[in-house]
Design a protein around this ligand. Structure first.
Ligand code: SF4
Length: 366
């Protein structure tokens, strides 16, 4: 336990976030942080926990902080909730607003309808674009059809979009570090005309790039990558193309970096790390990788009822974190699930404090 506490103190000192985007939080999506755990998750544990917890073997649960919702996810959910209040149901949402089934299902229950393309949105119904960002062709299509649209693209993703435009204006071909097929990558590629951006996913991809040595180049990155992998890829780009331009730091966002740092601080002291997140959530998958690289078995779970009690055999300390699109109530659900089998002792491992809040679109501000 001692090394972990030292790491947490060090992180507290170094990790405070200064924020140029701070605005007053409206708290509409607060329900995801505080709402009661659904009966599905609680049924097995409540009476059992009260009567028999004292007889159960102990389990240390280290809870990473920061974890869970980031400012971009909070904002995206609030945009859908406020749109439902302003326009009434249904409000259409193009693509999962954030990659979390629980969040999506909760918004569906309030009247949101999720589709993959603007062509599926009926006339005269508002549509929200997801936090991952969209190609320029998507708002253009909505405008052509006269649809009211709200852009929930995270401002940190929009920042990368503007960087892509600027690099193109300077006549540079863009090397984009990211994961093929991820909606954020599709959205960023859609900011520039086809043929002006090339995707690399690995150091090997950098070696295989077929570009003339005098091609003016710039690199940009997806916001939810592994900090360590991305540093290696950027280093390889700079060795192969010494004149390549790029941002001062890679574009990996504060939330992704902080959640990975928190897992690094606690993983070596754990026998198992549980990451709450969806299989299509890039930042959640990266947290599993970070824990595994620290030599600790890690499992990605979406809900408490996915925990296999066999995972706890011989385990004294579990680390727990949540990807940026997983609400805090699922953290409580997982702890409730663990409490079926073990007497849980919770210890927070705090490596940074986050105060970021993003402004809502103008149409939704009273
Ligand atoms: S993970 Fe980062 S880039 Fe993605 S929505 Fe959150 S703050 Fe924005």
């Amino acid at each position: 336990m001692q090394p972990l506490q030292v790491a947490a103190r060090k992180g507290n000192r170094l990790g405070r976030i200064s924020c140029m985007f701070q605005f007053e939080a409206s708290g509409l999506s607060e329900a995801f942080h505080t709402a009661p755990i659904p009966a599905k998750a609680c049924h097995m544990n409540a009476p059992f926990q009260q009567s028999q917890q004292g007889d159960l073997p102990p389990l240390q649960v280290l809870i990473a902080a920061p974890r869970g919702f980031c400012a971009g996810v909070d904002r995206a959910i609030e945009i859908v909730e406020r749109a439902l209040e302003k326009y009434g149901a249904p409000v259409y949402v193009r693509h999962e607003i954030v990659h979390n089934k629980f969040v999506v299902d909760s918004l569906k229950a309030k009247g949101a309808v999720f589709v993959e393309e603007v062509s599926e949105v009926p006339d005269d119904v508002p549509v929200v674009f997801s936090a991952h960002g969209v190609p320029k062709s998507v708002p253009a299509e909505a405008e052509d059809r006269g649809l009211d649209y709200l852009d929930a693209t995270c401002p940190l993703v929009s920042k990368v979009h503007r960087q892509a435009e600027r690099q193109l204006e300077k006549g540079r071909h863009i090397i984009f570090v990211g994961h093929a097929g991820h909606p954020e990558v599709i959205g960023t590629f859609g900011q520039v005309p086809e043929g002006n951006m090339t995707l690399v996913e690995t150091v090997e991809d950098v070696a295989a790039l077929d570009l003339a040595s005098d091609t003016p180049l710039a690199f940009l990155t997806q916001t939810t990558l592994s900090v360590d992998d991305t540093a290696e890829i950027i280093a390889a780009l700079k060795v192969r193309f010494p004149a390549i331009a790029g941002p001062k730091a890679e574009d990996i966002c504060y939330a992704t970096s902080n959640r990975q740092a928190a897992v690094k601080a606690m993983a070596a002291g754990c026998d198992l790390v549980l990451v709450i997140g969806a299989p299509n959530s890039s930042n959640s998958l990266r947290l599993v990788e970070v824990a595994e690289r620290c030599g600790t078995t890690s499992k990605l779970i979406q809900r408490g009822d996915e925990i296999d009690p066999a995972w706890l055999e011989g385990v004294g300390t579990v680390g727990l974190t949540a990807g940026a699109s997983a609400p805090e109530m699922l953290v409580r659900e997982v702890i409730a699930a663990l409490s079926q089998w073990r007497k849980v002792e919770e210890t927070p491992i705090v490596t940074a404090e986050e105060k970021m809040v993003f402004k809502l679109p103008r149409q939704l501000v009273d």
